[in-house]
Design a protein around this ligand. Structure first.
Ligand code: FE2
Length: 247
């Protein structure tokens, strides 16, 4: 069995999970094919080789200030996220994974012992790309009506969602992510460790908060709770959640 057969077998094994996750609905997050044109260049452009590129931030480096400083955002996007992209490109170079969409790499390497490096970098590339869109300048406030209705239905109130999300984000031990997801007809809050995401759990991500220390340490040091509260109050992008919910 050659490398391409291994990938095909893995894909078959995970197709049900992939389908239930509704990954095809998150079209904007799909990796570009190797032959597709590069997205708009950024000041922190990805390495030229490899199928994956660092997406530009959807706002200026200081666009989330003072919740997240330009210094934090610059390092987080230009160094941390870029490193995941560069490492992923190196890891998939010359393998059948180089021709797969990012979500398929994640689903086919999840739980595969000798593919941990590819999985972690692919997962972190996807998670960070989603995280930038989960935030916005002058965010927070009142969600769009349809989303607000769904929040009230699932959590009882916006305040109850805030409390549950805060609890998940602050109780995640070590590095990880706190998510608002659609799980069937309901919304839910979950937390995942390291590079994991709802994609491998059959849940549709709506929003995420990065709770790795590199996301907040320069601004908040060890005060993760202050970072999470500030993001939820002033930077969370309810419109992005509403777009994902509507898909
Ligand atoms: Fe991060």
């Amino acid at each position: 069995m050659g490398p391409s057969d291994i990938v095909k077998t893995a894909i078959t094994r995970r197709e049900v999970m992939l389908a239930t996750a509704g990954l095809s609905l998150i079209g904007s997050m799909a990796a570009r094919p190797a032959t597709a044109p590069d997205p708009a260049p950024t000041t922190a452009a990805a390495a030229p080789s490899g199928p994956f590129t660092l997406p530009p931030l959807p706002y200026a480096d200081n666009g989330l200030d003072p919740v997240i400083s330009a210094t934090t955002l610059g390092f987080h996007h230009g160094k941390h996220h870029k490193a995941y992209v560069d490492n992923l490109n190196k890891a998939v170079s010359g393998t059948p994974y180089a021709d797969l969409p990012l979500e398929k790499i994640i689903s086919t390497t999840y739980g595969v012992a000798d593919k941990v490096g590819i999985y972690n970098n692919a997962g972190q590339h996807w998670n960070h790309s989603f995280y930038w869109k989960s935030l916005r300048p002058q965010g927070g406030g009142e969600p769009p009506v349809a989303l607000r209705h769904k929040i009230d239905e699932s959590f009882g109130s916006l305040d109850a969602l805030h409390k549950e999300w805060f609890a998940a984000a602050t109780s995640q031990f070590g590095s990880g992510w706190a998510w608002l997801v659609q799980d069937g007809n309901k919304l839910a809050v979950i937390k995942t460790g390291n590079a994991d995401s709802p994609l491998t759990r059959g849940q549709k991500p709506l929003l995420t908060i990065d709770v790795w220390e590199h996301a907040y340490y320069l601004d908040y040091q060890n005060r993760r709770a202050d970072y999470v509260n500030a993001v939820l109050d002033k930077s969370i992008n309810w419109n992005f959640a509403a777009e994902n919910l509507a898909v």
